[in-house]
Ligand binder design. Structure first.
Ligand code: CTP
Length: 334
């Protein structure tokens, strides 16, 4: 029986997992660690967000956990999920094991509470569908019903079923993100399903907010440029009207936080300034419209406008084009 070891995790994460074990055993329910943390542990990478599946009443279990650990919780009864923000800054997502039914492409799913294997099957990719037990009796024992461990070893991103991208088009963005982050390949049928879904224009079946919530995570990656280029080819950057933009310029702008923006000590929000880099090709009314469509908070809007002003006023774009900023500049001293 393959087991996962938690001893490489930071101490604060391990003590949260220990509390989950105590709560699960105390209540007599089966609880599993799933998703990114299991995947990252198997890849030998660090990870901080804790996703757990409860075979039973996840909302009640989350209540118990919040009593033990403190923090704020956000409950979605319809989905049987609770997001807990712990006082030490860690996050725990608790879900009740469930199956999902999609009434139409891009719809939010109807939910039926079920077993762990159903919950693993509803997930995006096999590499995110491996679970590790958090109960003391079989702590760390892996449940790998869909060969996610083999795919991790082979470096493959593989969907669970052919309609996956149609049911949830945000998975197209996720597939590109994982492919680039881990240097993986899209498995052959997955690639074919992804192309078919893009052909069917599935991005239009989800709201701009849902699109943006997944899209912005690409901007947090160490090197988002190649993922953005790939998404552009898949027509996944259409909100930004990127058709005519020269790709090398896009690359430079996304990298520009290391150059242009490093002059400005206070502009530390990498995600926002990369977003500004993408928006700087658009006219002001379109930028305003997108910020509304994406439901961006007011403080983010202000920062973006500040970045855009900076990009436009000293003709940063022109200077980027002439490669003035091709290499890292020295930091400006006061
Ligand atoms: N998930 C999914 N379909 C989505 C979003 C999420 O099936 N559209 C599932 C995956 O199993 C994923 C888990 O929910 O691993 C948690 O989602 P998220 O936090 O977005 O992913 P992580 O893998 O934890 O984080 P990251 O991608 O940043 O490493």
């Amino acid at each position: 029986m393959e087991k996962i070891r938690f001893d490489k995790l930071p101490q604060d994460v391990r003590s949260v997992l220990q509390q989950i074990t105590l709560a699960a055993d105390g209540k007599g329910v089966s609880v599993w660690l799933v998703g990114g943390m299991v995947r990252d542990l198997l890849l030998g990478r660090s990870s901080f967000d804790i996703d757990i599946v409860v075979e039973g009443d996840g909302v009640a279990f989350a209540g118990l956990l919040t009593k033990r650990l403190g923090g704020e919780s956000l409950i979605h009864r319809r989905f049987g999920t609770v997001a807990i923000d712990l006082p030490n800054g860690l996050k725990v997502d608790v879900v009740t094991a469930r199956r999902e039914l999609y009434a139409h492409p891009g719809a939010l799913p109807d939910v039926i509470f079920a077993q762990l294997s159903d919950d693993l099957f509803r997930r995006d990719f096999t590499i995110n569908a491996v679970a590790a037990s958090l109960n003391a009796v079989d702590l760390g024992v892996i449940r790998d019903d869909f060969d996610g461990v083999a795919d991790l070893k082979k470096g493959l991103v593989r969907i669970m079923h052919y309609r996956s991208f149609v049911d949830d088009p945000t998975r197209i963005i996720r597939a590109v993100r994982y492919k680039k982050r881990f240097g993986f390949k899209l498995e052959a049928r997955t690639l074919s399903a992804l192309k078919t879904a893009c052909h069917e224009d599935v991005f239009m079946t989800i709201t701009p907010v849902r699109y943006f919530n997944e899209f912005k995570r690409i901007l947090d990656e160490d090197d988002p440029s190649s993922a953005l280029r790939r998404l552009r080819v898949l027509d996944g950057l259409r909100y930004f009207s990127f058709g005519q933009v020269e790709e090398r310029l896009l690359d430079k702008i996304v990298r520009s936080q290391a150059t242009v923006f490093s002059y400005q000590e206070s502009w530390s929000d990498v995600r926002l300034l990369r977003l500004a880099g993408l928006l700087c090709f658009l006219d002001k009314p379109r930028v305003d419209q997108l910020m509304v469509l994406f439901n961006m908070p007011k403080s983010d809007k202000q920062k973006i406008l500040e970045f855009l002003h900076f990009l436009r006023v000293p003709d940063m774009l022109g200077r980027l084009k002439t490669r003035e900023f091709a290499t890292s500049p020295k930091r400006r001293t006061a």
